[in-house]
Design a protein around this ligand. Structure first.
Ligand code: ZN
Length: 225
């Protein structure tokens, strides 16, 4: 099934669907040093890239279905980027010029399965690319962001701040990430880039209420099922 990203106003109000569907979601691991430390991972010298397939995509304003009997399912709150152009081996300027919008996403992760796969040096797809593993918000047009290197974002769980971050704390900034990705994987209009999680990852439980804030605006809320 094709997934068309949604475009929203800064306050979360739906505008319309994007003209292109998503062909892939490219993600980065360990892009905030405090998160690398909380999972006892080394801080990387170059971006650690991986891909979630389109079967992962669901709208963040719908209830989140987490897998049952597969161990803890962690939330990783991340800034997401909607790509507007075909990008292959681009410059920093071309990378910035290709951003259509900014949103939030959850890089849902079956942490116990991931730990087992990591310990055996095996690929992460079972832990990271299962059905529904990437709930995404709508995207706010980039013109609403004065400085890509200073965007705050947060998620409340049952009324308490569970994760918060600011793009200024990224090890590799947004332009650099898109540039690095385009050296390896051509990006197409409609593709989504997830930029890594700040610290505070933790398990989701059924009935958790989640509320998402992007640049001080509450844009969406949902519940875990
Ligand atoms: Zn992540």
């Amino acid at each position: 099934m094709l997934f068309y990203p949604k475009l929203i106003e800064p306050n979360g109000q739906f505008i319309n669907e994007y003209t292109h569907s998503t062909s892939k979601i490219v993600c980065v691991g360990r892009n905030y040093s405090a998160h690398a430390k909380e999972l006892n991972n080394p801080v990387p010298k170059e971006p650690l890239l991986f891909i979630k397939s389109t079967n992962c995509l669901v709208d963040l304003d719908k209830p989140i279905q987490i897998p049952k009997q597969q161990g803890d399912c962690h939330h990783e709150l991340e800034i997401s980027i909607l790509i507007a152009k075909k990008l292959t081996k681009v410059s920093r300027e071309e990378a910035i010029d290709a951003i259509d919008g900014i949103g939030l996403a959850l890089d849902l992760t079956l942490r116990e399965i991931q730990s087992k796969l990591k310990s055996k040096g095996q690929p992460w797809e079972k832990a990271k690319s299962f059905d529904g593993a990437c709930p995404v918000s709508g995207f706010v047009n980039i013109d609403h962001f004065a400085d890509l290197s200073n965007i705050e974002f947060a998620m409340k769980k049952n009324g308490q701040i569970a994760q918060k971050g600011n793009t200024k704390d990224m090890l590799f900034d947004i332009a650099q990430l898109i540039q690095e990705i385009s050296n390896q994987f051509t990006l197409y209009p409609g593709d989504i880039v997830l930029t890594g999680t700040p610290d505070g990852v933790a398990k989701l439980d059924e009935q958790d209420n989640l509320e998402f804030t992007l640049a001080t605006n509450k844009i969406v809320q949902t519940v875990v099922q």
